[in-house]
Design a protein around this ligand. Structure first.
Ligand SMILES: [Fe+2]
Length: 440
């Protein structure tokens, strides 16, 4: 037997107006009216009533206060007369399915006949609110009718298609996330393998998959006088073994060769250590030497660059000059109709072992620090390197690849670990050896 719950709908509406949430309202309805349905069922009705509740403003705006008052009075009357439902889930006081179907066919019949009808007239004729008229128009538009509403009228066009607003933005922007680790210098006694591993751990936690390495993966040979005293691995083979074993796993590396790597080609009879590394570590992708463009999205590229020369007084100087040159170069390519628009959006520079970043024009330009602590060579020159790496997150606009926003976070490892290389194994043979479970 059906138990009536008089006044409950009004109570819910007043709760909505007071800004009470569905749970709070539900508790009140249970206490005051003995409502016995579930919270989930109640929420459906709460949402429906909440949606209905904003018709007041809409109606006032479209038909004027007088029409609103009349319609509201009719609605109130209807609510008072009918809304005593036992189950709010089944409550159809505000709209019945049959009524909707009749209303819809009546609506389209009128529109087909008259083509242009005022909202106020439709409200009166169909006995519904302006919001319901708007929903009917929308429903029939979805079904393919060229029907739309302006400030006062509902219009059905049977000769021309209604102009719609052009898309203000491309359908999709794209967020990209990646890491940058530069100047690892495997083979150098100052190589900070612990910092590398800690940075890799942060990258893992942040879901980084791709890491760019703009040069000097290896310490090299004979790059400066006395370098042989500053390395733990002298030959190309030894340095490669160390990188194969110690380059953190779990990422795709995109590596450029720098001046230190190049020393093995120059002095080592044409031996390219990056090719050797890529052969043993399939996650390492060899890109070339000095500077290279890496496509990162269609029409968007990152330039990896390993400049030469010393550290200028102004730390950003090389980046600024490079950004200029990249722009001239792209302009020239476009002028020659080789490409239609600039593509470089990122510049990752190695070599200087310091950290600087700046958005220059459309390019996010970075000096990428290093993972080699203060070597004897740098001490003599009174230069302090910045050990650390970047994690970059950027939103790019799909239509032209422009950077819309970016977060570029540089993780610094300020405490040099002296002779950190001694804490690690450096050959695959060594790495394979398993230590005994117990020690003497
Ligand atoms: Fe370097």
């Amino acid at each position: 037997m059906s138990e009536k719950l008089p006044g409950m709908t009004y109570h819910i509406i007043s709760c909505i107006k007071d800004g009470k949430g569905s749970k709070e309202t539900y508790d009140e309805v249970v206490d005051l009216f003995g409502y016995s349905n579930t919270l989930k069922a109640f929420r459906k009705t709460y949402s429906r009533l909440k949606r209905q509740d904003d018709f007041e403003n809409f109606f006032s705006e479209m038909c004027g206060p007088k029409a609103f008052e009349k319609s509201r009075a009719e609605k109130d009357k209807k609510d008072k007369a009918e809304c005593f439902c036992e189950s709010l889930e089944d409550c159809e006081c505000f709209s019945s399915v049959g009524e909707e179907i009749d209303r819809g066919s009546e609506f389209i019949k009128i529109m087909k006949k008259r083509k242009i009808v005022s909202g106020e007239e439709l409200c009166k004729t169909l006995g519904c609110t302006p919001k319901e008229v708007y929903e009917l128009a929308n429903e029939f538009r979805i079904r393919g009718y060229e029907i739309y509403c302006d400030d006062k009228n509902v219009i059905l066009s049977t000769d021309v298609a209604v102009q719609v607003d052009p898309l203000k933005k491309p359908l999709e922007d794209r967020e990209i996330v990646f890491g940058v680790m530069s100047d690892l210098h495997f083979g150098s006694k100052s190589c900070q393998i612990t910092a590398m591993n800690e940075f890799a751990e942060i990258c893992r936690k942040k879901g980084i998959r791709d890491i760019f390495v703009p040069g000097d993966i290896f310490a090299g040979y004979g790059v400066f006088p006395g370098q042989q005293f500053e390395v733990y691995a002298l030959s190309a083979d030894e340095q490669e073994q160390s990188a194969i074993v110690n380059l953190p796993q779990g990422f795709q590396y995109y590596g450029l060769g720098g001046n230190h790597d190049y020393s093995f080609i120059k002095r080592g009879g044409g031996h390219n250590p990056l090719v050797a590394l890529a052969a043993k570590r399939p996650d390492f992708h060899y890109l070339g030497f000095d500077e290279v463009d890496v496509p990162i999205l269609p029409g968007v590229s990152a330039k990896l660059w390993h400049p030469d020369g010393g550290l200028p007084y102004s730390l950003s100087y090389k980046l600024q000059k490079a950004a200029e040159q990249i722009s001239y170069n792209e302009l020239q390519i476009i002028s020659r109709s080789v490409q239609q628009k600039p593509t470089t959006r990122f510049l990752f520079a190695g070599h200087l072992h310091v950290q600087v970043q700046a958005l220059i024009g459309p390019m996010l330009c970075m000096q990428c620090g290093c993972f080699e602590g203060q070597s004897g060579y740098l001490k003599k020159k009174m230069l302090l390197p910045t050990v650390g790496g970047y994690i970059v997150k950027a939103d790019l606009r799909k239509k032209d690849g422009l950077i819309l926003n970016f977060e570029s976070k540089f993780y610094v490892f300020p405490d040099d670990v002296e002779n950190d290389w001694k804490n690690y194994k450096h050959t695959t043979e060594e790495a394979k050896k398993v230590s005994p479970v117990f020690q003497w």
